[in-house]
Design a protein. Structure first.
Length: 362
């Protein structure tokens, strides 16, 4: 009997590190055919199916809502029925050559840190690759006291998409140093600017105009178009502005690429096309990948102030609000990573953006 074949969590998006189990399409130990759908997984970007790479019997241990690292086994395919048990043999990989070297799982920095913190390989079960961040996370979990279940509350279910978002935010905010600045935008000047654009090519919204103007500005503000990793600051080589949308199908961030090269009405057309595809559940992984900066617009909900939350591998996010009653202004809110920038730098960026939106730039 040959060793079971490990079915690994695929790398659908370059930035994904984990996926959440949404549902299994087969029973444990069930006979499956090559190409048959085994499981549906979800990341913060998209939902996708994983199929059986060969005929055999499917075995798995992760239940729905479990988080699995990209590259780790989500299931195994064996050539005989093992009565529903997880195969004991070290499995072959369906996506990469097998390795018997335990160090293949651990980076050099991780092994060094494990030695310093008194951890061993046994503290990291499974086949997921372990880096220094994973070791630090394990150390933090050891130090955290066990929390007792509250007596005056009851749990409620989160969707797989929300669970994926929670894990992503936890990873971001374990390291990030968030800060926020706000500037008021003159609604009269903004309306005049939008009215002028509408007269030329049709209506353009504040969100659509912001995507266009932010994309034009960011090449001169690399600290707000980057991220912090490996103890260094990085700036994305290109600008791609995403916009948050959450209208009954879960939170997604479609991305408008090369928005600086487009006219405002062309950006508007791109935003509406992506929003329509979101509503039809037709967004592709390319539609939601590669974003370097995000805009989140809560003006339609009447929100006049909030604190936008940073996304993975991004150093800034812009929030748009509704008009404040009686003052004829609305806020531009920028949350940024203080490791790459500071309040003065962020305020000057918002000032430059405000001038463009109000049509008073030099």
């Amino acid at each position: 009997m040959s060793d079971p074949l490990a079915v690994l969590v695929p790398q659908i998006n370059p930035n994904d590190e984990h996926a959440i189990v949404v549902r299994w399409h087969v029973e444990k130990g069930a006979r499956v055919r090559c190409g048959e759908t085994l499981v549906t997984l979800e990341t913060t970007k998209t939902t996708f199916d994983v199929d059986a790479p060969q005929d055999g019997y499917a075995f798995f241990e992760h239940e729905p809502n479990a988080e699995i690292a990209v590259g780790a086994p989500v299931a195994w395919i064996a050539d005989s029925n093992l009565s529903g048990q997880i195969p004991a043999q070290r499995p072959r990989s369906s996506d990469a050559p097998a390795s018997t070297e335990s160090t293949a799982r651990f980076t050099r920095k991780a092994l060094k840190l494990m030695k310093e913190r008194g951890l061993t390989e046994a503290d990291f079960p499974g086949d997921a690759r372990v880096d220094a961040d994973a070791v630090e996370h394990a150390v933090a979990e050891r130090k955290a006291p066990a929390a007792a279940a509250p007596r005056d509350a009851e749990p409620f279910a989160l969707s797989p998409a929300k669970i994926a978002e929670v894990h992503a935010l936890q990873r971001v905010y374990e390291q990030v140093v968030p800060s926020t600045v706000t500037l008021a935008l003159d609604c009269g000047r903004l309306e005049a600017r939008l009215s002028g654009l509408a007269g030329d090519h049709g209506p353009v919204s504040l969100l659509e105009l912001c995507i266009h103007e932010v994309a034009r500005l960011l090449p001169d503000w690399p600290a707000l178009n980057g991220f912090y990793a490996q103890r260094a600051a990085w700036s994305h080589r290109s600008v791609a502005v995403g916009f948050a949308v959450n209208v009954g199908r879960g939170l997604r961030v479609p991305v408008v690429k090369d928005a600086a090269a487009l006219a405002p009405h062309e950006v508007a057309r791109a935003v509406r096309d992506l929003t329509l595809r979101y509503m039809r559940d037709e967004l592709t992984i390319d539609d939601v990948s590669g974003g370097t900066f995000t805009i989140t617009d809560l003006s339609a909900e009447g929100v006049v102030h909030f604190l936008p939350v940073l996304n993975e591998r991004q150093s800034a996010i812009l929030g748009l609000t509704a008009e404040r009653s009686g003052v004829h202004t609305r806020d531009l809110i920028l949350t940024f990573d203080h490791r790459l920038s500071d309040g003065m730098h962020a305020a000057r960026f918002l000032g430059a953006l405000r001038a463009r939106l109000e049509g008073v730039e030099d």
